[in-house]
Design a binder for this molecule. Structure first.
Ligand SMILES: [Zn+2]
Length: 471
């Protein structure tokens, strides 16, 4: 049964002021209702003034997604009553959006490249926020600091075929938005998703207001199972809106009234139609993820997988370019395979790591002053210090202090002899041709010597010792 997924993504644009007034958008951690004025509070007679930067940001996205920008677009009023919406209408774009018909390239579940079509992008204002008072209070509070924050709504065609594809699409989109500098992904609530999902031949269900990528994948996975189970039992899927309960990982039916809402859209009389198609030519786009990925493969001779990982985050890609000079392939392997894993484990961001330290570590590895295993130990020492807010020690100093310098064969002979003597069964297995036995013996020596010896060299020494009867 084919799964069909389409997404609507609301992105908070990283402008410094709101969409229709001069109030600051830097409201997080501030007292409620301190970033408000008559315009974003919707007081009678207040007139909106469009933020030029928000339009420019919207057009940057349109250009990056290869979209058409029509001669004219238009703002409209979407009428509904809700306490977080002071005017009782939201200014958005309806039948004349900012841009239409774009594309984003992702990998499908088989690892092949595929295109997800973008239907439209449009600008709109964020409503305020309801704050539910803990402890069973009879009332809720309203904070209008968020009211009027510029949003870009990005709508896709139903081109995704699994929850995993949807997550990959969102990751890709987020990367593009970060490269464009129009979005701050670290801000809480800066990206919210509504997901449409259906199984082939059945009706569509909309899951509203999911606030993380993992949430999208989880909500969709839950829906696929729920809908399949209904159909298997001979029941039908109801066309409805559902809410995702992030904590419980399930979706629940929303009141069906929401379905029937008629928003009575009409053109916003206080704003003129937008004629900005000619601005697009003047927009200078930065190098985007796909181009950067291809350049990394070509310029540095690294694998496509490494290039993909490294360019998945502009900060990581910049970091890589700072340390690639030592040895591009070695740097790609260490940054994407080892460093990223160690950072994730400590919940640290790449911004916390000084590139100079990693370049020095790569130098030690390249010159074979230390082994890979010792390199990992040095890296862990450095990151542990960083994570505790301590100064990041130089790798060479750690190697010296901990005695991690690569040792020569002779230094290990006594350890090798002791290991051979202690494991007669493994020695016997090796003699009769069991390959694994050698790895076991080498592993024992590595353990005894804290990874300071090159495993290949050790393998040679161990087999020599056994064959020459050096025990
Ligand atoms: Zn305001």
């Amino acid at each position: 049964m084919k799964t069909i997924v389409g997404l609507e993504i609301h992105v908070q644009l990283a402008t410094t002021t709101k969409l229709f007034c001069g109030c600051s958008t830097d409201y997080r951690d501030d007292e409620p209702n301190t970033h408000c004025c008559p315009i974003c509070l919707g007081l009678p007679g207040a007139l909106p003034r469009l933020n030029r930067k928000a339009v420019e940001y919207g057009l940057r996205v349109a250009k990056a997604l290869d979209m058409e920008v029509p001669e004219e677009s238009e703002f409209a009023r979407k009428n509904y009553f809700y306490p977080d919406l002071p005017k009782a209408y939201q200014v958005t774009q309806y039948d004349k959006p900012l841009a239409v018909a774009g594309t984003v390239e992702i990998e499908d579940d088989e690892g092949h490249e595929k295109i997800v079509r973008i239907t439209r992008v449009h600008l709109e204002e964020d409503p305020g926020r309801l704050v539910h008072v803990a402890g069973g209070s009879k009332y809720s509070l309203v904070d209008y600091n968020r009211s009027g924050i510029p949003l870009l709504e990005i709508v896709t065609e139903p081109d995704m075929r699994s929850p995993q594809e949807a997550r990959r699409f969102l990751n890709k989109l987020r990367t593009i938005l970060e490269y464009l500098g129009v979005f701050d992904g670290d801000r809480e609530g800066s990206l919210r998703v509504d997901a449409n999902i259906s199984l082939e031949g059945s009706v569509r269900v909309e899951v509203k207001n999911i606030s993380s990528y993992k949430g999208v994948e989880k909500a969709l996975t839950f829906e696929v199972t729920r809908q399949k189970n209904l159909l298997r039992r001979g029941q039908t899927v109801t066309r409805e809106t559902r809410h995702f309960m992030e904590g419980r990982g399930i979706t629940t039916s929303a009141r069906s009234k929401e379905e029937e809402r008629d928003y009575r859209y009409f053109p916003e009389p206080d704003l003129r139609p937008l004629r900005v198609a000619e601005w697009v030519a003047a927009i200078d786009l930065p190098e985007l993820p796909v181009a950067r990925k291809n350049r990394f493969v070509e310029q540095y001779g690294i694998s496509l997988n490494h290039a993909r990982t490294l360019t998945g985050d502009p900060k990581l890609a910049d970091f890589y370019e700072e340390v690639a000079g030592v040895d591009p392939v070695l740097a790609a392997t260490w940054v994407s395979d080892t460093l990223l894993g160690e950072l994730n484990y400590r919940d640290m961001s790449i911004a916390a790591v000084p590139p100079g330290r990693i370049a020095e570590l790569l130098g030690l590895l390249k010159e074979e002053t230390i082994t890979d295993a010792a390199g990992v130990q040095v890296l862990r020492e450095m990151l542990d210090a960083c994570a505790r807010g301590k100064p990041c020690e130089m790798p060479a100093a750690i190697v010296k202090r901990e005695g991690l310098g690569k040792a020569t064969g002779g230094e290990f002979t006594p350890v090798v002899q002791a290991v051979i003597a202690a494991n007669p069964q493994a020695v016997e297995d090796y003699r009769i041709g069991k390959k694994g036995a050698l790895n076991f013996l080498v592993g024992q020596v590595m353990k005894e010597t804290r990874g300071r010896a090159d495993p290949r060299e050790l393998g040679r020494i161990v087999s020599e010792c056994i064959e020459t009867g050096g025990v």
